[in-house]
Design a protein around this ligand. Structure first.
Ligand code: SAM
Length: 218
């Protein structure tokens, strides 16, 4: 894929219109909307497809994976309630679009991807764009024990159940946001860790993610 990094009035305008679409769909968090307005989503697309970059749709990014729909990225980001400096583990880097949004929200991001081709691409593209998360290649269904505990954990692939190990890697007061269901559709679930072995779970809307594949998943 040939990348081209030009962000001119046409793309900036399209991004503002995307923000308006997300507002109409119910995204209210101003910081999340501002973050979406800042990240040049077209940088993740070949120039041939720039006209698709600010539509509120998921799009194929190679290796059988997709860049998430902006609404989904905004929805999960809003649920996380990120404060500046919080330590966030993202499972499923993909192309790194959600990663950039988390960084714009002020998080320190640890992101893990199981597919080497996607990992290799993000370790080059994101720093070039000025985004510097901590990148990992491997099975994120087990979390990343060495850097735990996290303030927030976001899973961007559909899991059959909530991996226990991720709950253990949360700080008390921390939150996990994860889509849980079968391979066709999943419910977005938030789990707030209120004590060492005490959790509050909320089941929200239906989404459709690619599967979380790994030791603690499919
Ligand atoms: N967050 C991305 C974005 O902003 O567009 C989209 C992520 S894509 C929907 C889901 C990603 O999760 C895929 O790249 C897939 O390879 C990855 N994935 C699936 N199972 C995984 C696992 N066990 N560990 C790490 N990544 C995984």
């Amino acid at each position: 894929m040939a990348y081209k990094f030009i962000d001119n009035y046409r793309e900036k305008g399209a991004r503002k219109r995307l923000v308006d679409v997300l507002k109409k769909k119910g995204i209210e968090d101003e910081q999340v909307l501002q973050a979406i307005n800042k990240v040049p989503r077209h940088y993740f697309f070949d120039e041939t497809f720039w006209n698709q970059a600010y539509k509120d749709i998921a799009f194929p990014i190679g290796a059988g994976q997709t860049i998430s729909q902006p609404y989904t990225v905004a929805y999960q980001s809003e649920l996380l309630h990120i404060s500046k400096g919080q330590k966030v583990l993202e499972i499923g880097t993909g192309c790194g679009y959600q990663t950039c949004v988390l960084l714009e929200l002020g998080a320190e991001v640890y992101t893990i991807e199981r597919q080497e081709a996607l990992y290799q691409r993000t370790i080059q593209v994101l720093p070039y764009m000025g985004y510097r998360p901590h990148f990992y290649l491997g099975d994120g269904s087990k979390g990343i024990e060495t850097h735990a505990p996290y303030d927030k954990i976001i899973v961007t692939a559909g899991a059959p159940t909530v991996p226990e190990v991720l709950l253990r890697q949360l700080r008390v007061g921390g939150m996990l946001v994860i889509p849980v269901g079968d391979e066709q559709e999943q419910k977005m679930v938030t789990i707030l860790k209120v004590g060492d072995n005490d959790y509050e779970k909320v089941v929200l809307d239906t989404f459709r993610f690619v599967p979380l594949v790994g030791d603690q998943a499919w």
